[in-house]
Design a protein around this ligand. Structure first.
Ligand code: NAP
Length: 468
């Protein structure tokens, strides 16, 4: 596939091979872009601002509906690309594509709902006989930098709200899985003025740096790891930032919880996309009274998961994004076991595959618990009461989402008030998101919010208008 700059597909002699992590076969190549390409893309986006801003909201909305129609027709082809380039099971790749379409549709609706507000000027001493109101206006050029794990929907969460608010965009997808999002961006661009949607491919350090430091970029919308996010924030200067970063989400199960429901939730939350989900269940915190029962059922359900070819519709767990990622997971598990954790199931690697793994007797100082590990791992921590569970849940630099299973409204209220996370879910695993809900972490997990309505809001700035 090619880059897209100012409405034209751009290739390069130097290319990056995109590999299928299941069999290491080359799925396709993308150009190895450079700083000059980024500059051209940003200049094109800057030039296209005028045409985007001249469009009526009604027209922008209608175009987004048209794009939705075309994208829907290509949805099977793009789902297959997601599966091939990431190793995500085809069943889940299709769900990602359905969600991306829904995200786009929500943005088409939201494009017609960008309201300012009236300010009661005469509430202040100088405001008598003065009218005042705010207008929400576009920011200009948005740089969107995205990770490998949900390549289409996470890019859609940036591009669709940016366009709904009449901005122009430059997308830089992950070099590990750029294909499906490039295809999506091409379809978006076809319906809009040249330069309104651009995409560049190449290593994040060089391309990302060129995007982040450009004076023509008004906003950076980044989803990815904490170290990359921090480095972007340090270079960004006065640009508006949205940072959707890593998570280490806890799932607490209290002694009054419905254990069957909690086990099913934990299995789906811990192993979705082989654990490569920012809001995956990454720490399971169990009340000691139900810990044995939960663990027995959880291990038995974990053992039933089918690992294999991601294109097989029955596959639950595919490979990790590459062998290096699986080797990292292997090292983290070996380190935990070496330090006293008990391996209850899984624990073996084959190439880029890593088995769904449950570990008991885990301590808070282990890397497995302290840091986000992007793999199908379930560390179990046993606690005596809710206070201890919340202390453990909060004992981390992360704060994306948190799940609490309890039948007690009092427990739920305490958890909602005391857990430091962007979302607290009661009787639902933290690996849950609808594309319209407010989403974004506390602490090092991020700043700014997504979720279509909130993202559209964040893609605008407010201008005060006063009529004397
Ligand atoms: P990553 O390594 O941080 O990469 C993310 C993107 O940043 C890629 O496009 C990468 O490009 C680019 N990049 C790398 N270095 C850069 C730099 N110095 N300046 C600008 N851009 C740079 O993350 P990942 O491994 O792809 O994704 C996994 C991480 O994303 C996990 O931590 C996960 O929790 C997080 N995540 C968060 C959310 C959320 O909504 N909170 C959602 C999904 C994932 P190249 O890879 O091409 O070099």
């Amino acid at each position: 596939m090619k880059m897209l700059i100012n409405g034209k597909l751009i290739d390069k002699d130097e290319k990056i091979a995109v590999l299928n992590p299941f069999n290491n076969e080359i799925v396709d190549h993308v150009p190895q872009g450079n700083r000059e390409d980024v500059k051209n893309a940003i200049n094109a986006a800057n030039k296209a601002k005028k045409s985007m801003q001249a469009m009526s909201s009604r027209k922008v909305s209608r175009i987004l509906y048209d794009i939705h129609q075309e994208l829907k027709e290509k949805s099977k082809e793009i789902s297959k690309l997601i599966c091939l380039e990431t190793g995500k099971p085809i069943r889940d790749s299709k769900i990602e594509m359905d969600r991306s379409l829904q995200t786009l549709l929500m943005a088409a609706e939201e494009a017609k709902r960008i309201y300012g507000e009236t300010v009661p000027m005469d509430a202040a001493i100088a405001g008598k006989n003065v009218f005042g109101f705010t207008m929400k206006i576009p920011l200009g050029v948005v740089a969107a930098i995205t990770p490998f794990n949900y390549p289409v929907n996470l890019a859609m969460h940036k591009l669709a709200p940016a366009l709904a608010a009449k901005n122009t965009v430059v997308l830089k997808p992950s070099s590990k899985a750029p294909l499906a999002s490039l295809k999506m961006a091409e379809i978006l661009a076809k319906h809009l003025p040249d330069g309104a949607v651009n995409s560049v491919t190449g290593g994040g350090e060089i391309l990302g740096d060129a995007m982040v430091t450009s004076p023509l970029v008004n906003k950076i919308s980044f989803t990815g790891s904490i170290p990359t996010g921090v480095s972007i924030a340090q270079k960004a200067g006065m640009k508006k930032l949205t940072m959707e970063l890593g998570g280490n989400d806890p799932m607490i199960v209290m002694d009054d919880a419905n254990i069957d429901v909690a086990v099913t939730a934990a299995v789906s939350g811990a192993y979705l996309n082989a654990g490569q989900v920012c809001m995956g269940v990454k720490r399971i915190i169990l009340h000691e009274k139900i810990a044995d029962q939960f663990t027995d059922q959880f291990v038995s359900s974990t053992r039933k998961l089918k690992m294999g070819d991601p294109m097989d519709p029955d596959t639950d767990i595919g490979p990790l994004i590459d062998e290096e990622a699986a080797i990292h997971v292997e090292r983290v598990v070996d380190d935990a076991v070496g330090n006293g954790a008990q391996l209850l199931c899984g624990g073996r690697r084959k190439g880029a595959f890593y088995e769904a793994t449950v570990l008991d007797n885990v301590h808070e100082e282990m890397e497995l618990v302290k840091k986000e590990t992007f793999g199908p791992l379930s560390p179990i921590i046993r606690v005596k009461n809710l206070n201890e569970a919340i202390r453990v849940a909060n004992n981390t630099q992360y704060g994306l989402q948190a799940g609490v299973f309890t039948q007690s409204i009092e427990n739920a209220k305490i958890a909602v008030n005391q857990i430091e996370a962007g979302s607290v879910l009661i009787n639902k695993q933290p690996t849950f998101r609808t594309d319209n809900m407010l989403f974004g972490g506390f602490k090092m997990s991020g700043m700014g919010k997504e979720g279509v309505k909130y993202a559209v809001e964040d893609m605008t700035r407010s201008k005060m208008v006063i009529i004397g």
